[in-house]
Ligand binder design. Sequence first.
Ligand code: SF4
Ligand code: SF4
Length: 359
Amino acid sequence: MNIKKVQKDIDSCRFCFMCRHICSMARVTGSEVVNPRSRGLMLSYVLRGTIPYSADLEDTVYKCCMCGCCADWCEGDWNPPAYVQEARFDMVERELAPAHITALRDALLKNGMIADPGEPVLASVENSDAKALLYKGAYPDAQIERYFTQAAALMDRAGIQYAYVAGAPSGFAQLYRLGYRQDAQRVARQVLDLAKAKGVRTIATLSALDAYILDLLADEIGCKNDFSIVPVVKMLMDAVEDGSIKVNAKDLSVTYHDSDIMARYLAMTDKPRSVLSRLGASLTEMEWHGSRARTTGGLLLAAMYPAESAALVARRAAEASETGAQALVTGDIEDALLLTGKTGQETLTLIDVIGRAAL
Ligand code: SF4
Ligand code: SF4
């Protein structure tokens, strides 16, 4: 049973209410079943053989957006998303994943993404001098073309030679999070093999989630030390900081939304603010920001539980709107996609803001 590895976390949460009011899914559902205490209690019963794994555990195991707000709040450093993830592996191994989750897996295996991939728009970039593979991930070309094109132009400006492979395998991050570890490892291996075939050791991902999960899977596969896997937005922020991308500061009043992955999984909260300041942006913070930022739930939750996703996005959009800032900026394309048009403000990624200021 995979959850045995995280028994201490499970047993620490089962009688604790200290992050109940922080849990994103508990707050938008009003349900006592989905907070970390209830998840811990139910999984502690499973660990002790009091109840078996069953389809009845869907809310405990799947109705979590893995935002990490609970783990960030926890004084004991316990980690509910870690045991939710292990419980998903267990459910999948026992063929107990709900039908709507297996349908998502089928879509990911068929198309490399959950959404309809649509017509390809982005062409491969061959480059025998490439030092990095620019990786688009599990998003339809038409949905992310603007972000991808801007990121590619800025890599050129920073002097980072890159290659891009249209139609590269994708979906490992979503498969992993849904509990399909073997599928995720297989797709990740294909991506890493592609990087090897291109002769590069750096993989620059458009999505922060892809960077985090691909690094984790590279470790599971046993080739973590062969690659540097980073969100492309980090490379571009580095390039602004070290002067490889020269900028002309432009006045802009912004509020900054920290995504789950960038803030709580990759601990990247100061750097975006420092770069925004260099770019001339004046920042008005939302009440919940930095590592305490409220989540949108991400695109995977939107596919798993649309109503809960919409409630999380609306909650975060209202917070952004209340700041009165001209623009909402985020480092994460998933959150940009979710928040665009919801706040009454212009929604920009950090890549957009760097692109506007680049000389
Ligand atoms: S994560 Fe920490 S604060 Fe939350 S229930 Fe578990 S032990 Fe308590
Ligand atoms: S990761 Fe988020 S949704 Fe899941 S239990 Fe923790 S706070 Fe709740």
